[in-house]
Write a protein that binds this ligand. Structure first.
Ligand code: 5GP
Ligand code: ZN
Length: 143
């Protein structure tokens, strides 16, 4: 737990999120500034700043879960592709300094973005989290 870390606040239930999936080591929830509808973040339960700080085990677990979430996103949203991105350091575009992976639905012809400044609509985020959560849990890949 790190003070002033928004993802730690979410993990401690001190800030809200739109939950999608959970394992012993990870939580997955929607990005509230979605680059595309269904944009998920897979977050380690422990606070690690970035790839240089996280343990290989935690990184492997996030990678493992990212395959499940990529399948869930593609199956549920029928998108053309799925981007899996992970940024380390401000120079690489990292804006929240708690290790996480982005899983972003992609469709042919759409501009490739990782960050959006536009917040998602609350009821749409809620409905999306419910759909992806149901799909991910039906797949039964877990820790
Ligand atoms: P990074 O730039 O560090 O790879 O990605 C951080 C992501 O966290 C950004 O895409 C940003 O939209 C998202 N984000 C920032 N604050 C919050 C928040 O309070 N809740 C959620 N769910 N996502 C957030
Ligand atoms: Zn944190």
């Amino acid at each position: 737990m790190s003070d002033n870390c928004i993802f730690c606040q979410i993990l401690a239930e001190k800030a809200p999120c739109y939950p999608v999936h959970e394992t012993r080591y990870t939580r997955t929830f929607l990005d509230i500034f979605p680059a595309a509808p269904g944009h998920c973040l897979i977050v380690t339960k422990e606070h690690y700043t970035d790839i240089f700080d996280a343990t290989p085990e935690a990184i492997a677990m996030v990678g493992h879960v990212s395959t499940l979430i990529a399948h869930a996103v593609r199956d549920e949203l029928q998108c053309d592709g799925v981007g899996v991105f992970q940024l380390n350091g401000a120079a690489a575009g990292q804006t929240v300094f708690h290790y996480h992976m982005h899983v972003i639905p992609r469709n042919t012809g759409e501009e490739l973005v990782i960050h959006s400044r536009q917040p998602g609509n609350a009821s749409e985020l809620e409905a999306m989290a419910a759909r992806l959560s149901k799909r991910a849990h039906a797949m039964r890949i877990d820790d």
